[in-house]
Design a protein around this ligand. Structure first.
Ligand SMILES: Nc1ncnc2c1ncn2[C@@H]1O[C@H](COP(=O)(O)OP(=O)(O)OP(=O)(O)O)[C@@H](O)[C@H]1O
Length: 227
């Protein structure tokens, strides 16, 4: 599944009177890893939510390969997200009582995918990510393994875009390195568009593009990636 290119223009969002995002222009190429960094409250998570269509901007365009998701009504944005995006969160958002395999397939199964091919794909992905998925309960896994279950879940619908919100913040350095390596591979080897919000210097170091935000404005955009 190739990644999708992103072109942002004139993106603005305010909560009350406070401007939270003010981003005049930005482009992200497919197959790259982009990191949003900046101090707490600078708007990293809010920008991720805008780019994934979870939030709608006050104005501006969020053009993913010709589809301006800012112009879509909520239902169409939800469908676009289901078809194109996978999410990884700091605290995994897994159901601890379920097995790793069931965590990976549950939401896709509820979305109407048929169970047998879904299970086969989930097992393969968990194997590739090195998760011991025969365990009956997810809470028997280490935190690093749990984050890899969450990555497998994010990938089950084969999304072009992966959004990660502080994906290493609750992991030790070694597990964090494993997760960073996976994100890097998802971009470089699988060609997906990967966008992560983080404070983690190890993740910043491996990014193609680093967007440093301050009060929702990009102070610098450092890019090793083609525009
Ligand atoms: N739903 C909301 N209503 C009002 N203000 C909000 C809302 N969501 C975020 N904010 C405010 O918007 C600003 C940016 O928040 P955001 O969570 O995007 O920052 P962040 O850079 O991700 O911070 P952190 O690193 O602490 O997670 C903050 O001032 C926050 O208080």
């Amino acid at each position: 599944m190739p990644g999708l290119p992103l072109a942002i223009s004139g993106l603005k969002l305010a909560f009350g009177h406070d401007a939270v995002i003010d981003l005049p222009q930005m482009r992200i190429a497919p197959g790259t890893l982009t990191v949003l960094s900046g101090p707490s409250g600078s708007g990293k998570s809010t920008l991720l939510y805008l780019l994934s269509g979870l939030l709608r901007p006050a104005s501006g365009e969020i053009d993913w390969a010709g589809t301006d998701i800012a112009a879509l009504a909520e239902g169409r944005r939800d469908r676009w997200r289901r078809d194109h995006a996978g999410f990884i969160f700091q605290d995994f958002h897994l159901i601890q009582e379920l097995s790793p395999l069931d965590n990976v397939i549950a939401s896709a199964w509820f979305s109407g995918f048929s169970a047998a091919p879904l299970k086969a794909r989930a097992r393969l992905r968990l194997d590739t990510l090195g998760v011991p998925h025969e365990r009956r309960r997810t809470n028997l896994l280490s935190r690093g393994e749990q984050q890899r279950v969450a990555i497998a879940r994010a990938l089950i619908g084969n999304p072009s875009i992966i959004f990660a919100d502080e994906p290493t913040a609750s992991l030790d350095a070694k597990s964090g390195e494993g997760v960073i390596g996976i994100l890097r591979q998802l971009a470089s080897e699988e060609g997906r568009t990967v966008i992560a919000a983080t404070h983690d210097p190890a993740l910043l170091a491996l990014a193609d593009t680093v967007v440093r935000l301050d009060h929702g404005r990009p102070m610098t955009i450092d890019s090793k990636a083609p525009a």
